[in-house]
Design a protein around this ligand. Structure first.
Ligand code: FAD
Length: 317
């Protein structure tokens, strides 16, 4: 079932979460171990991130460096299929522009279609460590909107190969990302919203936001979206802080602000357990307020660790 149908059918705020494929060489059981404690909160869908290959350099015998690419966290499609069968929930694979030609993207979408996966979260993907800025595949997409167009084309039966007789259209429900504190590369929120509106006008059916720690940022974002004619559901992304070094790491990686009160409370927490408790209490308060605001769903960035999310969900659901 589509994410939008789950939202339309819901009688209360939904609970969903995102997991990362484990690093190469890990068993599927490690994924189930992360999901099992969250199933009691009845997620109608679970997102699975997609990770582009990274480049590493190996020294050849002649001393020259050889650039090779490795994918450290493969398996998004397989994990989605496994989750759907084991838990009978919908899986939402993330699908990214980076590293893929249009042909490879179409093939991946056909795999998803044959597996009965109705949903995709459509993203550009981040630049990899060896890039100073995002570089699209030469025959791929530069922006999520370009990738979205390919998906919408497929939903209209337009495959890349124009010679297909009687092509059967796909029927993907596409979500996209939104940034309450604007995307790091956008010169301002106004311009970021212009491109977000473009994605929605092209066919994106809902938005999941980047994590935020100050609900006012989300409320302002929703208001600005509505003023710009973006009227699809906007699902807030929630990340409970669990360790001190996230105070530095998360703003650096995700270009988000952490409010002073939270920074001080985490910084002065005397033990790792106390840090975790502060993070859980903060996120729980955020969630309570968001539910009151009437959000369609609370979407947790678990990073495949379920304890903190489970503790919050116990209070809310
Ligand atoms: P876009 O919508 O393409 O926007 C990128 C930038 O370009 C923005 O600044 C935007 O304003 C601008 N822009 C957009 N369209 C145009 C245009 N047509 N012309 C000019 N400028 C334009 N990354 C992963 O690698 N894997 C994941 O699984 C993953 N999951 C994520 C899940 C969520 C909910 C979120 C919020 C992010 C996720 N990311 C993931 C990170 C995401 O890929 C990065 O934030 C990336 O830098 C931007 O992706 P986007 O889809 O928002 O890009």
């Amino acid at each position: 079932m589509k994410v939008t149908e789950h939202i339309a059918n819901a009688t209360k705020t939904l609970f969903s979460f995102e997991i990362l494929p484990p690093v190469k060489g890990t068993s599927i059981q490690s994924i189930y171990n992360g999901i099992d404690p969250l199933m009691e909160f009845k997620p109608p869908f679970i997102n699975v991130t997609y990770h582009r290959e990274e480049y590493v350099f190996k020294e050849r015998e002649n001393g020259l460096l050889e650039k090779i690419s490795i994918r450290k966290r493969p398996g998004t499609v397989g994990i989605c299929s496994a989750i759907m069968h084991k838990y009978n929930v919908d899986a939402v694979p993330h699908i990214i522009c980076g590293g893929f030609s249009r042909e490879e993207t179409e093939n991946a979408l056909m795999d998803l279609n044959f597996l009965g996966i109705d949903n995709v979260l459509v993203l550009r993907g981040d630049s990899i460590k060896t890039e100073t800025q995002f570089r699209p595949h030469p025959d791929g997409h530069a922006y999520a909107s370009d990738l979205l167009k390919q998906i919408c084309d497929l939903n209209n039966g337009n495959y890349l190969d124009e010679d297909i007789a009687n092509p059967v259209p796909t029927n993907f429900c596409a979500g996209v990302a939104g940034y309450p504190e604007k995307h790091s590369e956008a010169p301002n929120l106004e311009i970021d919203l212009k491109y977000l509106k473009m994605k929605v006008d092209m066919g994106a059916q809902y938005i999941i936001t980047q994590m935020f720690f100050d609900n006012q940022k989300y409320f302002n974002f929703v208001k600005a979206c509505r003023e710009h004619g973006i009227n699809v559901p906007i699902i807030p992304g929630i990340k409970p802080l669990t360790v001190k070094n996230q105070l530095r790491m998360l703003p650096n990686l995700f270009h988000i602000d952490i409010p002073n009160d939270l920074v001080q409370a985490i910084d002065s927490a005397p033990t790792p357990q106390a840090v975790r408790q502060v993070g859980i209490e903060w996120a729980t308060q955020q969630c309570k307020e968001l539910v009151q605001f009437g959000v369609p769903c609370l979407h947790f960035y678990t990073m495949s660790k379920s304890e903190a999310t489970a503790a919050i969900a116990k209070e809310i659901f």
